[in-house]
Ligand binder design. Structure first.
Ligand SMILES: *[C@@H]1O[C@H](CO)[C@@H](O)[C@H](O)[C@H]1NC(C)=O
Ligand SMILES: *[C@@H]1O[C@H](CO)[C@@H](O)[C@H](O)[C@H]1NC(C)=O
Length: 498
């Protein structure tokens, strides 16, 4: 379906004309990427549960969930709401935290003035995970609130009066998926705090090892034990093998302890080391594990390195149009498209892996092998840049999918706190059913959830700025987390080729 040369010349001239009228040319400046970085981290303040600190910058939020855990005599105050509701789901919260930590580990040097805010965003969940992991021996608390009940209401977190049921995994009701992801989050975060707060770092790592041991010793999926409250919301569709290998890989990266290397060597093949998978998400960790392990084995040019590099290459090749193993779908405007629900989560995770892998490749002068063709590290960077720029507004709709960034951005996001008047403007309680008028209203949200990246447009680059279309208009912590690292990279590397 190639254009005739004549048409492409005309299009090129048209393009240049538009450019000179300064209607286009989305080469974002370093300043704009830095602005997006700051906002992408600020978003996490809007998702906070618990008692807000005096330095809270997102002012329209208030304290919430202050007695979470109390009916079970445990303190589960804190942590994050995953998206537009008021549930604290352990699996996506842990994945979010692992990816925020990985963002800082790889691209923290590019974060400049934002590094403290990034660490604070990580600590907000690791403080919670430390409580969830140590409150009751032999138990990991993995969720607060029944989503079925929560979703019956449209309430601000500050007004919540739905049951705050607490869910846990244990030897009898195992959850190796959620536990191993929590271990991964704690281990990755321990690397982040290693020099800034060594004692906190070592507490995180020790806890990670205990939680991983629990995950590995008592095998099972939390979707079996807790099916009615985790499915279909954050059902572990991919099972728990991927999280076990991912968790061990992060503890190995954090500790360099040989036991975890032995674990990876002896269990890798049964835990998915030989599989190819082309999505990386809160559910499926296989692609991310390959990339992480390709770095762990980078210096040692061993058989293992070849294994993890080959599978990392396969993942990358699947994303690069024109290579023999290309198998992704892109919208006409060039956005990676995996599915209608929260599609941008796959865009941000894949952009992050492209950049991280390009960094690893640059360490040893390597390139990606896609069948007979070779793909350079620079190509991975330009591929990632297209995706990040699309999110920020370089797209056919000329719309930024980050709230509060650029001139046009989503106004009616599917988010309870953002759409109902702030407790500071409207202190009276707004009950469960009374909130629905705000869900169905056509007015813009009164509270701007700055930095939130929404689910994003459809397969034709069309976006409906409609609160009821949660697939497109709902933000989520795991969409933002890998974006933080990716946009940090571009804030320091704007010279990169297009
Ligand atoms: C390495 O990890 C194993 C398993 O968690 C632990 O028993 C051992 O004490 C650790 N070794 C060191 C040196 O920390
Ligand atoms: C995109 O949305 C617009 C406005 O709703 C509509 O007119 C158009 O047909 C849509 N395009 C596609 C390809 O769906």
């Amino acid at each position: 379906m190639s254009h005739s040369p004549k048409i492409s010349v005309i299009m090129h001239v048209l393009f240049l004309t538009l450019c000179s009228a300064s209607l286009c040319c989305y080469a974002f400046t370093a300043q704009e990427y830095s602005d997006a970085l700051e906002k992408s981290i600020l978003f996490f303040e809007g998702q906070r549960s618990g008692k807000l600190p005096s330095n809270q910058r997102l002012k329209w939020r208030g304290n919430s969930g202050l007695s979470d855990g109390s009916s079970y005599h445990v303190d589960l105050v804190g942590g994050y709401y995953d998206a537009g509701d008021n549930v604290k789901f352990g699996l996506p919260m842990a994945f979010t935290t692992t990816l925020l930590a990985w963002s800082v580990i790889e691209f923290g040097d590019s974060m400049h003035g934002q590094i403290e805010n990034a660490r604070a965003a990580i600590r907000w969940s690791t403080d919670y995970f430390l409580k969830a992991a140590t409150a009751t021996p032999g138990t990991l608390y993995v969720q607060v609130a029944d989503p079925n009940m929560d979703h019956h209401c449209w309430e601000r977190p500050e007004d919540m009066d739905t049951p705050r049921n607490v869910y846990k995994v244990s030897a009898q009701n195992p959850g190796s998926d959620v536990a191993a992801e929590t271990a991964a989050a704690l281990a990755a975060a321990s690397i982040v705090f290693r020099s800034s707060d060594p004692s906190y770092s070592s507490k995180l790592l020790q806890t990670a090892m205990k939680v991983f041991d629990f995950a590995d010793r008592h095998r099972g999926s939390y979707s079996d034990a807790l099916s009615s409250v985790v499915c279909p919301f954050y059902c572990s569709y991919s099972g728990y093998n991927d999280e076990l290998l991912w968790g061990a890989s992060w503890i190995h990266a954090a500790s360099q302890n040989g036991s975890y290397l032995d674990y990876i060597r002896s269990n890798g093949h049964t835990l998915g080391a030989d599989d190819d998978d082309y999505s990386f998400s809160w559910d499926d960790k296989r692609a991310g594990t390959k990339v992480l392990l390709s770095k762990s084995f980078l210096e040692k040019n061993t058989e293992e390195f070849q294994l993890y590099k080959a599978h990392s290459d396969n993942y990358i090749c699947s994303l690069i149009p024109g290579t023999p193993s290309f198998q992704a779908q892109y919208t006409p405007g060039g956005l990676l498209y995996k599915g209608s629900a929260s599609n941008l989560q796959y865009v941000t995770t894949s952009a992050f892996l492209l950049l991280t892998y390009s960094k690893y490749l640059n360490l040893n002068g390597g390139a990606v092998k896609c069948g007979t063709s070779t793909v350079t590290a620079d190509k991975l960077i330009s591929q990632a840049k297209k995706q990040i720029d699309y999110i920020l507004g370089d797209n056919p709709a000329k719309m930024s999918y980050m709230v509060g960034f650029g001139e046009r951005y989503p106004q009616r996001i599917h988010h309870r706190g953002s759409s109902v008047p702030s407790v500071h403007d409207h202190p009276d309680h707004i009950a469960c059913n009374n909130g629905f008028q705000y869900l169905y209203s056509s007015s813009p949200n009164p509270n701007v959830l700055v930095g939130a990246i929404v689910g994003g447009p459809d397969s034709k680059d069309n976006f409906s700025d409609d609160r009821n279309n949660y697939q497109q208009s709902e933000p989520a912590t795991y969409i933002n987390a890998p974006f933080v690292g990716a946009v940090a990279f571009f804030s320091a590397n704007t010279h990169t080729n297009q």
